[in-house]
Design a protein around this ligand. Structure first.
Ligand code: ZN
Length: 442
């Protein structure tokens, strides 16, 4: 009996600390910090951050604010530390160094070592891996274990996509561990080994996979799938001439297709993390709302963006607790909308403004437009709104809007008082020096 009680107690502790029912759909995710400190991100409700250094100092600072971190790794790559010696001291990359394992590189048809994406200008020292080699899968697991040993809470796995053929055996350059298996299959096995190793640390240790666009075939190999360049992509110099047009990756038809492609996955509790690169400083607010609304229409809960100017808008959107969808998206002409537990999300796909009446499903008829802060009143279960051309909007109760604004104000006050105290003490850590970047309130 005593043992039974102990087991129950341990199970209860395990579950309360992120046990079997843990899901990434309840996390608030930020890719990079966009120049914000960990404290600012934590005050915005963020719980998980990727693309931060795999160092004990970073993990300690993140945990101080209740944040969890997923440093960057890639099973698509190996390194040659003769060309870039810094890899030798990195917890992940030092395990997959071609200096120690010269056969672990993918061989092109012409016998050359293949660079990532076959791009000769790719950053120095990086090559594409041949995953059909003895020991390489274990090395990837060791590298990830090294990252977790610095205190990290998971890993962001980049470049999760199918492989080209490795011509190593055909050209007599190296042999394959399983001659009948292709690199795509061997890569998947290595990825599953990494996923299982991370989950062995606890259900709330996370693996995010980035295949560019999410791929169904990898949905069982991680906790969440990134959709990189959702609605907008990173501008090249050429695109900066007209970023709103040239950087647009998904029009409204593509967004509605994305919903259809992934509705079964998201309805079953799957997590997708769309990453929007806000392409124009002066348009960061309307673009962020547009991309956020598109993500929420699709049921993609872990939307994140990188911004240069309007970190306050990113924090406002991260802090918006919509809850889960309470129904599928619906349309009124060109206007698409979707009810959530604590919000109504809407978007206008037309090239001109639209005035519509949307069904308001929450008990409290006092509504706020999160974009403008304007108060609205729902009447007879209807909300009359006007949406600008090609825009996204979020409607919440006025109480929720006030709580969101007060959350930002309280965060700024805490930030100021901490920094004033830090200036007095000369405490570099609280000043935000290091992983979180410079102190900034925008
Ligand atoms: Zn090979």
């Amino acid at each position: 009996m005593r043992n039974t009680a102990l087991v129950c107690l341990l199970l209860a502790i395990a579950c309360s600390a992120g046990g079997a029912d843990w899901s990434f759909t309840r996390q608030v995710y930020s890719c990079y910090t966009s120049g914000m400190t960990f404290q600012e991100l934590a005050d915005a409700g963020v719980t998980y951050i990727s693309h931060v250094p795999a160092t004990p100092e970073t993990a300690e600072e993140a945990h101080r604010w209740g944040l969890r971190i997923m440093p960057y790794v890639s099973l698509y790559k190996v390194v040659d530390s003769r060309e870039s010696p810094g890899f030798r001291t990195q917890p992940f990359w030092r395990e997959i160094d071609l200096v120690d394992h010269p056969a672990w590189v993918l061989i092109r048809e012409d016998g050359e070592r293949r660079r990532p994406f076959d791009d000769p200008n790719y950053p120095a020292g990086l090559y594409q891996s041949c995953c059909n080699q003895p020991g390489i899968a274990d090395a990837y697991v060791r590298g990830v274990e090294n990252v977790l040993a610095t205190g990290a809470d998971g890993v962001f796995v980049d470049n999760v996509h199918p492989y080209p053929t490795c011509y190593g055996p055909e050209l007599g350059i190296h042999e394959h561990l399983y001659p009948d298996e292709d690199n795509t299959e061997m890569y998947k096995r290595a990825l599953m080994d990494v996923y299982e190793a991370v989950k062995a640390h606890g259900a709330d240790f996370a693996v995010m996979l980035n295949s560019g666009g999410p791929r169904h075939e990898y949905s069982g190999h991680g906790d969440t799938l990134m959709w990189e360049s959702f609605v907008f992509r990173w501008p090249t110099d050429e695109m900066r001439r007209d970023p709103a047009r040239l950087c647009r990756t998904h029009n409204w038809a593509a967004v509605l297709r994305a919903y259809e492609q992934w509705r079964e996955f998201t309805d079953a509790g799957g997590s997708i993390a769309p990453l929007t690169y806000l392409p124009a400083r002066e348009l960061e607010k309307p673009h962020a709302f547009l991309a956020y609304a598109c993500a929420k229409l699709c049921g993609f809960q872990q939307w994140t963006a990188t911004g240069e100017e309007r970190q306050d808008i990113l924090r406002q959107l991260y802090r918006t607790d919509t809850g889960m969808p309470t129904g599928p998206p619906a349309s009124d002409g060109a206007v698409h909308y979707r009810p959530y537990e604590r919000a109504l999300v809407a978007g206008n796909s037309a090239a001109e403004p639209r005035r519509v009446e949307l069904p308001w499903h929450l008990d409290d008829p006092r509504v706020a437009d999160l974009y403008s802060g304007r108060s609205l009143m729902a009447r007879d279960g209807k909300l009359r709104v006007e949406l600008p051309a090609d825009s996204g909007r979020i409607y919440v109760t006025q109480d929720a809007y006030l709580a969101n604004c007060l959350g930002e104000a309280a965060s700024m006050a805490r930030s100021c008082s901490l920094r004033l105290g830090a200036v007095g003490r000369g405490d570099r850590r609280v000043l935000g020096v290091g992983a979180g970047g410079a102190a900034r309130v925008r």
